[in-house]
Design a protein. Sequence first.
Lengths: 361, 875
Amino acid sequence: MNCMILTALLLTSPALFSNETHAPAFLDRSAQELYLANCASCHGVKGDGQGTAQLERRARSFVDGGFSYGNTPEAIRRTLLYGIPGTPMPAWKDALTEEQIAVLADYVIELGPGLPPAPSNTELVIADRPMVVRGHLPPISSSAETQPRGLLLGMPNGFSFEYRTDDLRLLGMRQGRFVDRTDWVGRGGTALKPLGPVVLLESGGAPPPTFVQNSVAGRFDLRARLRGTRVQGDKIWVQSQLLNIQGQPVAEVEETIHSLVAPFGSGYERVWRVRALDIPLALEFAAIKPSAASVHLESLPQWRTQQGRKDLRTAHPALAGEILWLLPDLPIAVHPGQRTEFVLGRIQLTLEAQAEISEGK
Amino acid sequence: MQLFKQLWLGTLCASTALAQSEADHWTVDYLQPPPGVSLEVGGMDFLPDGRLVLSTRRGQVWIVENPLADDPADAKFSLFAEGLVEGLGLNVVNDELYVLQRTELSRLSDEDGDGLCDRIETLCDGWGVSGNYHEFAFGLPVDVQGNFYMSLNLAFLNPKWWHGKSPVPYRGWVLKVTPEGELLPMASGLRSPCGLGLNSAGELFATDNQGDWMAVCPIFHIEEGGFYGHPASLDWTKEYQETRTFASDTNPPTVPRKNAAAWIPYDWSRSTGNLVFDETGGRFGPFAGQMILGEVTNGLILRAQLEKVRGQYQGAVFPLREKVGAACRVEFAEDGTLFVGMTNRGWGGHTPADGLARVRFTGVTPMEMLSVHLVSDGFEVTFTEPLDPASIPSPESIGLQDYDYDYWWEYGSPERHHRPISVQSATLDSSGRVLHLKTEPLSAGKVVRCKFEGIKSSSGLPLLHTEFAYTINELVDGPLSTETVVKLVPPPPVPESEESGWLRLTWGDALDMWNSSGWELVDAELDRDDPTRFATQPGVNALCNTGSAQPSDFVSKIEHGDAHIRMSFMLPEGGHSGLLLQGRYEVQLADVSEVSAAASGAVGGQAPSRSAHLGAGAWSKLDIVFRAARFDAAGNKTENALIESLTIDDVLLQENLELTVLSDAALGGEVPMGPLCIRSEGTSVGIGNVQVKSLQSREDDRDWMPLFDGGLEAWTIDGAPSWEYDDGSLYAEGKKSHIYSPRADYRNFELRAQVKISEGGDSGIFFRSSQAKGWPAGYEAQINSSTSDPQKCGSLTGFSPRVVHLVPPDTWFDYRISCRDEGQGTRIRLWVDGVLVNDFFDGARTYATGQIAIEQHHEGSALELRDLEILEFED
């Protein structure tokens, strides 16, 4: 990590972290003033990506057109609201008003050569209702496998979550346009084309099972089996059973997942409601072991608030890894006939967040 | 209305003989989905309140209000669910909606009552999905116990696209799913079993689709544990699992096969859809209890009347109603309307290609064969009306013949062992409705096809359909049969499976290889309002001469001699065109259903051997093996040009036909090499997928010198060590790199090599080149089949691009390059698979001399190149 560069970045790009300094509204300023104040340091005064900030990868040139994370005004507003995890593009939802974000979205579109044509008639576009798509999914990464049975959960805020269905494992999270139903041509059956770039990849796209059962005899993988999906308001619930190594169901599970956006990074939060069927279970996560980069949520119940996130930032200066896990207390005890709810969060720290932590030291 | 029609018919009948048309008895109309919606129907059923609910191959579920409205426009569609992965089966059970997706059987519900599905529950997903495109799941009848029935298509894989394989359980099976979601494999041996149906006794029937091991389209009575003929699915039987046996692709299995209840003649069905039983109590016509089937390719409705003979189903098949559309799904509404769900995307066939049709009985009973029963000395044919005794044909004029088929791995089987069957007498019973045909002894294990001429009802009506095809599994008496209709034959040898050598002349940029005006790449189908023309919209499915009022002929830039030529075509009603081989010899393409010199497949006045015509709006595949005329050194013709074979949709229409007549549109006199030409003759024509494989001899005994004589040692590598060489073969994989020949003075020469480039790969052979920053400076013969660079194989990069995708990736092709100075410039010619595809004169002679170089363009690209050889010239 090069502290000089990061220092420069901090100096020239105040908007990235110091939400407080931008608290006064810009409502009476023009779109251009808004842009110059908030965007130009990275994206350039002309929108050509030639800003003064030194970034590891150049910011988008609006002049050249094309928006990887969605090209509609809605998608660009979403990018402004929630940022782009894993890149220096921060979330602006706390720093700007919705009106300002709409003004900026229109402004950066104006800078470019105009919007590309409307989506093809095979593209599924999410409006205000989440969408569940089943289908054949291509490998999510170069080392991952194709998924003949796949599940895509698309959210109105532009994030989507990709699962493989056979044992219900989360493969990753995308941001941007939703999916092109490329299986609507020819005889069909071919892989769909999720359109949003992957912003978060789970174990290289080949994750282990989610849960293990911790018992006196040892630790056993629990295989999840999809039982259904349910759309309710702005949430999608995924219903499954957990099967033991004999293939018998031991628990019923409902999961919902949504994006998490913090000033220092983005990721997801998964909420499970688990009910054991016959005997109590002690659950742990197969892939996650508490480490320096994990926080026990029970010790930080208010973390979803701004203050909580600030506390998180200052209370855990050792967060130097790439992933911050927000964990329940482990193992999780679940009982027959009783629904236990718990949360797992994962945040992909942005470079700036790490820098800030370094600075904090 | 009904009374009026009968009166009207009666009046006319009294005075004159009448022609019946199908439309007098069954009308067809079409509901109108919302604009822009492609309704590719895969499943249909009715909700208790009479609304129609249907699932589509696009993974949508639509609800249709008012489906029985008199005016089709009054039926209203609303989207209930989307995001499913296909829906080729649907059933409403106890008010609950079940949809069979490719990957699971699901229950769909709307919990908050907003008219949109919000909950999708997985009832069963216990079968395998390997990812192969053809792994459809078909369904979905439900029996009185609440069990669901479904069937799984085989995966279609190499060596040809249609070879059925069962890589995962239970491909090629019929399965039962209990109401609790337990999956019970029932029967194996299916191939592409698109339709399932239960009769009122709870017996299960399945249709299948002709292909490997499936001679033509059958109707099977599915029995627990039965094996129905396609070996691939046997891999999942207990016996094969226990003995670790795997089904052979080419050798027939020894497992006993169940008979089909009926084999449908090829000219009636090539892709059978699903089946329902007519339990409408006469509201659909006179065929109570009989089976009604959809047909996708020919776009019609068929009827089967089955009977049990000595414990086995067998019986007769008849056409019922033509010109409906790609009938994948049929389902009766309560009022006897037959709803027809259409889709043929990727499967081909009759238009309309998708949407929803209604077939309704007008109430006017047709003069028709009601049923055919096998009796000990022939057949008893029952008619819907009493016969006019005077119209009964003489026994010898009744066309009766039988035939059987081959059981083999080839795609479909011709009818074999055709044998005329003599009719000894044809007598009418006392009711006047039953005609007894006494025949010479019949055989089991045969299909009998019968055609009546001249039969009329007592009121003077001719037969609406004059033919039936009856499958005899068992005779009514005598010993039980040991024969099956589809006979075991020695497996034919496995042919060359490679696609190598084929040039795709209309892929990628479809117009690049052609000289034309007024031709455009579109999606085309018959205009419903005016079927003599196409309705077109932007798309990629057809090359049509619809781009201007006076389109030119469509003439290839390449020329061919001896060649194998493939092309798809489609015509509107009354449409005609022609394919001119070498721009000289004309193969007729015409919407003509009679066998005549004007029909498709006629050549130079020679009619085809039979009609392979599918009708207007249907795509057909033309396949021609052509031998060019031969000439002596003085240019005198020594042998006529010849069509070795000409097939349309695999039906052989011409064989060893010498060509002596030139088309009136011929581009000139007979020549060794000439272009392909598709005519614009005043009507629209659609073509696609034109491919040519040169059969010209490529023998060349000139003194070619290998360029990698000493391996790569003397060559210079500029870039990453991405190269490997082994015994004449060069491999490149890895980071960007170029290799340069040791000599740098190559000037006039020919180069040749066999080349294969990966999907997403990019390479090139540079010549007269020298090392430069970034890329070699020199001419480049492009090697690229699938990257975003529009310059594909056959391009002289930067000078003369070829944007057509001539060669698929991962396919070997022959590349030949000629580079010769001519006058002040340099002429460069490129041949792909023996066909000259680029001829460029560089008047500036940009590069005068230099090295040969090979490119490894980027990581992820893989090149194989073998036998790189050069032939140098002094001049």
